[in-house]
Design a protein around this ligand. Structure first.
Ligand SMILES: C[S@@+](CC[C@H](N)C(=O)[O-])C[C@H]1O[C@@H](n2cnc3c(N)ncnc32)[C@H](O)[C@@H]1O
Length: 152
């Protein structure tokens, strides 16, 4: 399995993710949610937002941050392996991982997402799918994908 280090989203990356989510709502998940910053900001904007994170300290820290930010009831942080999560139940799936995981993730998404799911990839795009929208440049880029992005 691909191992992801904890590198928090930069402020430009956060701005680009939030810009991509503007005017949208529903159920969101951040795969490898780190300190919970994306989940918390999404919850402040009306999403029910969840974080899936392997590191138990980061899960505890995220819950504390959500409480402090007043969005504990709109968030959920789970100590889980993202490769074992069922992604079909989320309207928005956010991923900021490492380049080597994007191909296996693409395969998992191709199996699990339907017409109602959207994927936001930060820093590294899905290698074969065509994004429906791109915001930002270089390492702060965010790509949006839908079911139509899939290579058949
Ligand atoms: C690049 S950081 C991104 C953190 C956060 N999403 C952000 O944008 O600030 C990747 C995170 O994935 C977590 N992680 C690594 N492997 C994982 C796995 N198999 N399942 C869930 N989380 C994982 C790491 O502990 C790390 O916090």
């Amino acid at each position: 399995q691909v191992c992801l280090p904890f590198v928090p989203a930069s402020s430009s990356q956060m701005t680009n993710v939030l810009q991509m989510l503007k005017g949208k709502t529903g159920k969101l998940v951040d795969l490898g949610s780190g300190d919970g910053r994306i989940v918390i900001e999404a919850a402040k904007r009306g999403f029910h937002a969840e974080g899936i994170e392997l590191n138990p300290w980061l899960v505890a820290f995220s819950r504390f941050n959500a409480l402090r930010s007043g969005v504990a009831s709109k968030t959920g942080f789970y100590r889980r392996d993202l490769w074992k999560a069922d992604l079909s139940t989320y309207d928005y799936i956010v991923i900021f991982g490492v380049e080597t995981m994007m191909e296996p993730l693409e395969t998992k998404l191709a199996r699990e997402i339907t017409a109602t799911n959207h994927v936001l990839a930060c820093r590294y795009p899905l290698p074969r799918w065509t994004p429906s929208e791109v915001i930002g440049e270089g390492i702060d880029s965010v790509w949006l994908y839908t079911k139509d992005s899939k290579v058949s």
